[in-house]
Design a protein around this ligand. Structure first.
Ligand code: 5RP
Length: 219
């Protein structure tokens, strides 16, 4: 089965978590785009919908959804998003699409976080995928030097500006043996806005699209 079909199947399975009268948070990326395409079928169940990026907002609005601001709705009942990597503890690396800051805010505000991936993203140890970090532009070189001292290789994602007006460093070859500690450590560098490790707020449910079926971890 193709990767795209596995992503689509995971997105379809996530519809089962959408109960009546909920505030739904919607992530960003190709897997979530499959979910967005299916959302009109559950439109009546949604009290409000909140988006993690301008790209997702545009797609939702194209389908006639009115997108609310997080500040206007309070907490989110359910957040559904993809990931670049996930481990068996449901800790994630996110930010391949550069939307990690708003994604982390929505995950933090959510009572339940359902993550949808294809099976290529389930890994033994996080960090093979280059770790995205959002930095404020004036701190970019400073943060990059600090990370080089931690034996990571930071690569500036050129010609990319986040929805928040910031830059992304993609950290290659960083050894992440303890995701919780690494998230905390990188968060403490001045100028870092968001680290793409989601360990302090992991997913609650991981839906994995596999060759012939769907696997669900967590609850
Ligand atoms: C965007 C993200 C995405 O969830 C992640 O990059 C996965 O993307 P895709 O579903 O396209 O594989 O974190 O910032």
């Amino acid at each position: 089965m193709q990767q795209a079909e596995k992503k689509q199947n995971a997105a379809k399975a996530a519809l089962n978590y959408i109960e009546n009268d909920i505030v739904l948070g919607v992530g960003t990326g190709s897997t979530v785009n499959y979910l967005i395409d299916l959302l009109p079928s559950v439109r009546d169940r949604l009290r409000a919908i909140v988006s993690s990026s301008t790209a997702t907002t545009a797609r939702l609005e194209e389908l006639g959804f009115e997108v609310s601001l997080l500040n206007a709705v309070g907490d989110i009942d359910l957040y559904i998003d993809g990931a670049d990597e996930a481990n068996k503890h449901l800790q994630l690396i996110k930010g391949g699409g550069g939307a990690l800051t708003r994604e982390k805010v929505l995950a933090g505000a959510a009572r339940k976080f359902v993550c949808i991936i294809d099976d290529s993203k389930l890994v033994g140890r996080l960090g093979e995928f280059p770790l995205p970090i959002e930095v404020i532009p004036m701190a970019q070189s400073f943060v990059a030097r600090k990370i080089a001292k931690m034996r990571g290789q930071p690569i500036w994602r050129e010609k990319f500006v986040t929805d928040n007006g910031n830059h992304i460093l993609d950290i290659h070859n960083l050894v992440i043996s303890n995701p919780l500690e690494m998230e905390t450590r990188l968060n403490q560098l001045p100028g870092v806005l968001t680290v793409g490790i989601f360990a302090h707020r992991p997913a609650d449910v991981l839906i994995i699209g596999e060759d012939s079926n769907i696997r669900v971890m967590g609850k």
